[in-house]
Every structure is written in C-alpha cells, then in structure tokens.
Write a protein that binds this ligand. Structure first.
Ligand SMILES: C[S@@+](CC[C@H](N)C(=O)[O-])C[C@H]1O[C@@H](n2cnc3c(N)ncnc32)[C@H](O)[C@@H]1O
Length: 350
C-alpha cells in the first residue's frame, strides 16, 4: 500500500478520531486501494475519486466504486484526502473535501513529508481550526471538522501555457510549452493527414498543432489524466472546424487503442514518480505500432538520452532521427510491425 495511505489511517488506529459509522457515506480524493487496512471502511459507502486512468483501473480491479471526478451534489459524512506532489492541486482537493462534507463531518488528510505535507498542514491550519495532527510512516496526517465558509476563495487557477490554450496544476507542463513538444509541433505539417491520433495528449498542444498545421480527416486524443483530456477537448472545440475530434480516457500502456490510424504523434511520458522510466515510453511506441495502419507513421519526440532505439527497431521496419534540439530528438518511424521480434533488418538507425 502507498506509504501516505498508511499514514491516512493512523488517526483511526490511535483513536484520535472515531471510526467511520456503518452505512455512512465517505469521499476519498486521489484514492488508492487501502488493502486489508481498508476493512475499516467495509460497512461504509466509500466513493473513490481518481482522475489518473491507471490508478482508476487498479481501484476498479480491487472492487471499489470509483469516479474520475468528484461528484458535485452529494453531502458526505466524511472525507479522506491523499496529497500528491502538486501544491495547488492539494489545496484544491482539501477545499473540495471541506465543501463536499456536511458541516462537522470529518476531513482527514495525509501526505508524504517529501511532497510537502507539512506545508499543506500549515496552509490548512490558516483556513480552518485543525482537530489534530500526527506523523508516521514518513508522512503527516491532519484533520478538521468540515466548516462552512472555510477555504472560500480556494480554486484551482487555470494557466495559459500558450496563446489560446489553458491548463492547470497537475497537468504536464501547465505553465509553458515543453521544449520537446515545441520541437514536435514545429514539424507538424500537411504530410500529416487522414486518421490522426495524439497519444498522451495532455492539455492539447500537439493536437492543436495538428488541427492548425496538418490535414487530419479525424483526430483522436488519448490521455490518462482526465482533467487534462477534458481541458484539451474544451480548448480544441473552437479549433476543430469540421474535423471530428474524439477524446479517449485510456491507459495507452494497458488498454486497447482506437484506430487504425494513418499517423500517431506523441511526446510520451518518461516518468511516473521521480525516477526516469523509459519502459513507459517503450510501451507507448509499441501501442502506436499496434494502432497504426500498415502504411501508418509515428512522429514522436523524446529526451535524447532515452534509449528507445531497440523498441523502435523491434516495432517498426524503418525509423530515422529527423532533428535534435534542446536535448530532444524528433523521430519518425514507418511500417509498423504487428508484433515484436519480426524482421529487424531495415532500421535506419544503429
Ligand atoms: C510528456 S506529456 C505530453 C503532453 C502533450 N502531448 C504535450 O506535448 O504537451 C505525456 C502525457 O502522457 C500522459 N500519460 C502518462 N501516462 C499515460 C498512459 N499510461 N496513458 C495515456 N496517457 C498517459 C500524461 O498525463 C501526459 O499528459
């Protein structure tokens, strides 16, 4: 179980707070599976909210009731909040939990010390009278009774990473266009036509470039982080013209992709936590190969240091590095192989 999730349950174990009443309704923001420790909530209707598709699917597999967005109209008896690494997002979650719980109901928050749980506690304590706090498992838990009017002016502020685009904390590069994405966008032109997909579309910058600079017959956005996908679709609604634009909230690495596509463009993610995980990008390359038509092409950008060449060679009959800039490489690959390990002879690269 997640270390901070353990911390979240400690106030119940110590008796600092009363266990949740049977048949009560609880909200769990940024939920994870609590495993056996979650038996405490066995008699409770626990509404889990998880906007990240891989974590959402893990919760579903564990048998939880789970939603990508917090329900708006339901008053809950209590709420759990698991802090993440984005300060503004954490503050917005705490405010949302306070609003969603009936006055006097318990809101319990926990997070790892490394992601700023102490400053979240200090911030919350400035908005509402805390009921208590403790430290355990490298994390901090604190709690308060939901209080009407507290956190009144707290909302997740939108950012404008590029003219005409909007984003928010928690999304990829919410304040400015990523240098790799800029390199890819500059190379999107009229050659990119037919059924086009943007894998890991984020708040929609590359999709915007496809609509503005290419000739798509259709555009499919695939993205795991639901707020980013929703934002991208909202932004693109004014740019799409007659082009059908479809959003898919999917995990590229584990779920079947729509398609087949003539082109896939992507700036794949390369870490989920702090460590760099090229396996994520490799899984994106494999998924793109599977989703492309036999004549389809992949145009991708990646950090130059990331070793994707073997995967490209395994999954495409041909690929070339078209540009290098700011530590990023732009790669175009063609003739996807249906499965790994077929003829790897025709690589244009090492
Ligand atoms: C490097 S960012 C690129 C975002 C956007 N294309 C751009 O250029 O600004 C990678 C994106 O992939 C998304 N992502 C990460 N893991 C994913 C997965 N397993 N399936 C689908 N999308 C994923 C992230 O949420 C993020 O928006």
């Amino acid at each position: 179980m997640d270390r901070s999730a353990k911390t979240l349950l400690v106030p119940f174990a110590t008796g600092d707070v009363a266990p949740p009443a049977a048949e009560s309704d609880w909200l769990f923001l940024n939920a994870v599976d609590l495993g056996a420790a979650g038996d405490l909530f066995e008699q409770v209707r626990l509404c889990c909210v998880q906007p990240s598709r891989p974590r959402f699917l893990a919760l579903e597999r564990a048998g939880h009731e789970v939603w990508p967005n917090a329900p708006v109209d339901e008053p809950f008896d209590g709420a759990l909040v698991l802090l993440g690494k984005h300060r503004r997002l954490n503050e917005a979650m705490i405010a949302k939990a306070n609003d969603a719980v009936r006055p006097g109901g318990l809101v319990i928050i926990a997070g790892d010390k490394a992601v700023g749980a102490a400053s979240a506690r200090k911030w919350a304590g400035g908005q509402v009278a805390l009921g208590g706090s403790l430290a355990k498992h490298h994390g901090i838990a604190f709690w308060f009774p939901a209080t009407e009017g507290a956190f009144a002016n707290v909302a997740l502020a939108q950012t404008e990473p590029a003219p005409g685009f909007a984003a928010a904390p928690g999304m990829f590069s919410p304040d400015k266009v990523d240098a790799g994405s800029a390199l890819l966008a500059e190379n999107i032109d009229g050659r990119i036509a037919g059924a086009v997909a943007d894998f890991g579309a984020g708040w929609g910058y590359l999709s915007g470039a496809v609509l503005a600079q290419a000739k798509p017959a259709s555009l499919d956005l695939i993205e795991a982080y639901r707020p980013a996908l929703d934002q991208a679709l909202a932004t693109l609604s004014s740019l799409r013209g007659e082009v059908p634009v479809t959003g898919h909230w999917l995990d590229v690495t584990t779920e079947p992709m729509p398609g087949p596509f003539d082109w896939v463009v992507m700036n794949p993610p390369f870490h989920t936590g702090r460590a760099s995980e090229p396996d994520l990008g490799r899984a994106f390359i494999a998924a793109a190969a599977r989703a492309l038509k036999p004549s389809g092409r992949l145009l991708m950008v990646a950090n130059r240091r990331l070793p994707y060449e073997k995967t490209l060679r395994d999954r495409f009959a041909s690929f070339e590095e078209r540009a290098v800039r700011d530590g990023f490489k732009l790669v175009e690959a063609s003739r996807p192989r249906r499965s790994k390990g077929q003829d790897a002879a025709a690589s244009a690269w090492g």
